[in-house]
Design a protein around this ligand. Structure first.
Ligand code: D5M
Ligand code: FE
Ligand code: ZN
Length: 475
């Protein structure tokens, strides 16, 4: 039950902010309406610094009674059925990798990469004495060895026929390599008695096109908010900052906000890392979602909340992760839409890729000195250039044993949002806006040990009308 006194205060606050004054009869008229706060919001948008008349209120009634409409169309949203998998087996992973190869090779071909030669053919030509002929091969990176003395990196790659070759890359053309990524190499195959070897003169990433088409502005004001890693239930959850954010959402400053997008780790979960019990405020997973749901229910109804799970949420950990189960969804309240991790949504005509970001842990480990937690958009850029959300198998990111690869970035998103690293960063890379969406948790003991310094309580506000973004800070 909503407290009428609170509604009254909320309405008055919204009006006051724009210098609007109401008499008793006018206020009663507003309060008698279906959604008084929405009416106040519309009034505050239309009028400024005046005494409101009954006619003024009349003038927004029609708009207020028109149901708010949202347009969220899932392009990719993995259902539990899509993700149903059997026991992990070499066969199923072989099928997954060949699907990955096929999809990314297609991206190379669309990007006009000409004359890709099967590794076997390149070897054959070299053996027949064609050594030195330039060609392009495409392979999955099986293995990366840094040769200490020679400023070169030695790779083993494999193509879809199962043929493998060694590839030598000088450090000046490739500084680091991510295992299981699909890359193209230009160079020469050299036949050797013991083993053939490919000398690369160029490393080509699938990447995304350079041109940016821009976005189509919506018909009505529409702003998107991006947040991540709420970690509700943790002792280090930042209550005051969160409360300030929720109050802001209720204010007229948030009147154009239509969507709040949360990129995973909604709650802190249970048993996620050793000793987590000590750091929990709420040690029951359902209670964590229930309490968070109470906060979500305070968010005005004109804002749709879109969530995906992260590695702290109560769903299976292997990626792609399914959406939160119905019972958890119900705890979060009726204004919440739950999607898979990753999810690819068309929101008001804008293509948004949402991924929690666990694979960042694998990237950081494989490219020390080049990729780090403190520059998360570089991590996101890396994924988008490799056209894959979690390339490395057998590292820190569990990959589901499915016969297809659901983590290839086939279609180029307008916006790519992730979280996980608890810092904030935003950057445009070619046509895609990259957002790493902060956290609502201060530094934990565990993060202290691994030297992770969070940048919490940041919200990215993106206005679709003028395509301008800004960072809001609630700390
Ligand atoms: O992740 C919070 C931060 O902690 C994020 O920057 C990744 C880092 N992290 C989490 N788990 C690991 C492991 N196992 N190794 C290295 N770094 C890690 P969160 O998902 O919120 O716990
Ligand atoms: Fe997190
Ligand atoms: Zn996480």
């Amino acid at each position: 039950m909503v407290d009428p006194a609170e509604v009254r205060r909320e309405v008055l606050d919204i009006l006051w902010e724009q210098g609007l004054i109401v008499g008793v009869a006018e206020l009663e008229k507003i309060l008698a309406m279906q959604e008084p706060a929405r009416v106040a919001m519309l009034l505050s948008k239309k009028f400024r610094e005046r005494i409101l008349t009954l006619e003024d209120i009349e003038s927004v009634v029609k708009e207020a009674s028109a149901p708010a409409s949202w347009s969220v169309e899932p392009i990719i949203n993995f259902s539990p059925l899509d993700l149903k998998c059997g026991k992990p087996s070499p066969d199923v992973y072989a099928s997954l990798f060949s699907d990955r190869y096929r999809r990314i090779k297609k991206i190379f071909i669309q990007a006009n990469l000409k004359q890709i030669m099967p590794i076997k053919t390149a070897k054959k030509i070299a053996r027949r004495g064609g050594e030195g002929t330039e060609c392009t091969i495409v392979g999955i990176v099986n293995d990366v060895v840094r040769a200490k003395a020679s400023n070169a990196i030695m790779l083993e790659i494999e193509d879809d026929s199962g043929e493998r070759t060694k590839v030598i890359v000088q450090e000046k053309i490739g500084k680091y390599f991510i295992r299981d990524a699909v890359l193209a190499f230009r160079g020469r195959m050299v036949a050797r008695e013991k083993e053939d070897c490919f000398y690369a003169s160029e490393v080509i990433l699938p990447d995304i096109p350079v041109e940016w088409k821009g976005l189509k502005p919506p018909n009505e004001p529409c702003a998107l908010l991006f947040i991540s890693d709420i970690h509700f239930g943790s002792r280090t959850f930042l209550y005051e900052a969160w409360e300030a954010f929720i109050s802001w959402l209720k204010s007229s400053a948030a009147r154009d906000v239509r969507y709040l997008i949360v990129a995973g780790d909604l709650v802190d979960g249970i048993g996620v890392y050793p000793g987590q019990e000590e750091e929990l405020e709420i040690d029951d997973i359902y209670e964590q979602y229930r309490e968070l749901g109470k906060w979500f229910s305070c968010i005005p109804e004109h804002i749709k909340i879109i969530v995906i799970p992260g590695n702290h949420d109560a769903v299976r950990q292997a990626e792609p992760q399914p959406p939160l189960a119905q019972e958890l969804k119900e705890l979060l309240g009726k204004n919440v839409l739950c999607y898979s991790n990753p999810a690819y949504l068309n929101i008001q005509g804008v293509k948004i890729l949402i991924y929690h970001g666990r694979s960042f842990d694998d990237l950081v480990e494989q490219a020390p000195g080049y990729l780090s937690y403190s520059k998360p958009t570089y991590l996101m850029r890396e994924l988008i250039r490799l056209r894959h959300l979690a390339p490395t198998y057998g590292g820190k990111t569990p990959i589901a044993p499915l016969p297809y690869d659901g983590l290839v970035i086939e279609d180029v998103p307008d916006i790519f949002v992730a979280g996980h690293v608890h810092t904030f960063d935003v950057e445009r890379y070619r046509g895609t806006l990259l957002i790493n969406a902060s956290t609502w948790q201060s530094q934990t003991e565990f993060q202290k040990q691994i030297n992770i310094v969070p940048n919490p309580a940041k919200v990215y506000y993106f206005d679709l009308s003028n395509q301008e973004g800004k960072v809001l800070s609630f700390i």
